[in-house]
Design a protein around this ligand. Sequence first.
Ligand SMILES: Nc1ncnc2c1ncn2[C@@H]1O[C@H](COP(=O)(O)OP(=O)(O)OP(=O)(O)O)[C@@H](O)[C@H]1O
Length: 257
Amino acid sequence: MKALSTAHLSIGYGEKIIASEVSLALQPGQLICLLGQNGVGKSTLLRTLSGTQTPLSGEVMIGEEKLSNMDRKDLAKQIGIITTDKIGMSNMSVRELVALGRFPYTNWIGKESTEDKRKIQESIDLCKINYIEHAKLGTLSDGQFQKAMVARALAQDTDFILMDEPTAHLDIVNRIDMFGLFAAIKSKTQKAILVSTHELDLSLQFADQLWLMDFNSAIVSGDPASLIQSGAITKIFHHEEYEIDLSNAKSMIRRKK
Ligand SMILES: Nc1ncnc2c1ncn2[C@@H]1O[C@H](COP(=O)(O)OP(=O)(O)OP(=O)(O)O)[C@@H](O)[C@H]1O
């Protein structure tokens, strides 16, 4: 499996540059959390890495191949993206949503092959949503819906899964559950997962690497322990009156004995 990487990448909108000279790589089997304050550009970076937004300059690549040279269907076989957009298909069942992940593989009639059926079932099993397989999307809780969206991305069977704030609106139990799911997917499938999130404590606990975005600064990457030690994390969440105490951050959540 190849890496998703960037070279001399600038991201933004027209004259508005959000980040430039971005040099990052997402490797197979890695769970990376992208952290930063509201409005710093996390969604913009995720969209650009997924090929849904055009870079201002520079390139995003899979191995040696430029995303800009790939057609949409090939790209959809390599990168899956889950955004916070609520899809307006409340009458669709969970299984039907997951099956949508197979769209880059199905033929023009859209008929499911044995392989499609197997991938759909595997994804539903891994996300442990069998009990709501036939439920309509409109009847799901936010947590159930998010898991169904992850299952859809899994069914798409891409090497890279990018997620934009997948735990927004979830309670603490479901947030832990989601991050546990990402870790399980990573270990079982060796897929590369990039999650944009505001969950600092869970990111420190579960991520192999963090990418830290700050205004008017280069994106900093590294493993959680070294970024705590270097002060890089407290720097991006600076506040005039408060400071983040990370001395116990990694021990907030513990696996039960
Ligand atoms: N379509 C757009 N056109 C112009 N500017 C935009 C557009 N979308 C976002 N922006 C701006 O780009 C900047 C980065 O936005 P982005 O949504 O990437 O931030 P974010 O880090 O994901 O924020 P949050 O944590 O609040 O979701 C913001 O200043 C935002 O206003």
